[in-house]
Design a protein around this ligand. Sequence first.
Ligand code: SAH
Length: 222
Amino acid sequence: MAHRRLGATADTYAGYRARLVETLRAKGVRDLAVLKAFAETPRHRFVPAALRHRAYEDTALPIGDDQTISQPFTQASYLEALRLTGRERVLEIGTGSGYQTALLAALAAQVFSVERVKTLALAAREALRETGVTNVSVLLGDGTLGWSAYAPYDAILVAAGGPAVPPPLVEQLAAGGRLLMPVGAHGAQTLTLVERLGVEIRQTPLGDARFVPLVGEHGFDG
Ligand code: SAH
C-alpha cells in the first residue's frame, strides 16, 4: 500500500472528503480498502481550480478537452470489481485527471496509466507528483495498444468506452487477471469484465455504463 503526503492545504477539504466516503458507503460500497483510498486521496487536486468547491460531490466533472473526471461512486464500483489486494501491477487506459490513477495507486503495488491527450497526461503527472503518489507511471499514447513493456498486468481498467475489448489488452492480461471496460456504442455501453482463466477468456456483462469514447487503433476513430 502506497503512503502519501496530503500536505497541509488538504486539511481544508478533510470534512468534505469524509462526507464523500459516507455517501459512497450509503450507496453500497463495502470494500474497506476502497473506502480508505477515497478517504486519503485529495480529489480537489485533480479537478480544475474553478471547480474545486465541487470536488467532493458524487458527480462527474469536466476536466477540459471534452473529457470528464468520472463519478466517484462509479469509480468505487469498478475498484471493488477489480478485487485488488495491494500486490498487483495495474494498467489503466485513460488517465484523464489522474484521480482514478491515484486511487489505484493506493490499492495496488504499481500502476501504469496511458492517456492520449497530451495536456491531460501532463496535468495528471503533475497532480500525482504534488499529491506524493510515487508508484505510478503515465505514458502519452494510444492505450488501445496497451503498454507492452510492463506486461503482463494483474488488472486492467479501461476508463473510456469502445466498440470491443482491444485484443492487445487481453494479450497483456496476466493469468488470473481481471480487465474492466465499458463496451458498446458511443454514449451507451455495457460494463464488461474479462477474466483470463488459464487459456480460457471469460467475458461477463456487469451493467450499463456511460463513458467518453475510447479513441484509437482498436477503439473509435478520432
Ligand atoms: N478516470 C479518469 C477519467 C477518464 S475520462 C479520471 O478519474 O479523471 C477517459 C479518458 O480516456 C480521457 O482522458 C480520454 O482522453 C482518454 N482516452 C480515450 N481514448 C484513449 C486511448 N485510446 N488511449 C488512452 N487514453 C484514451
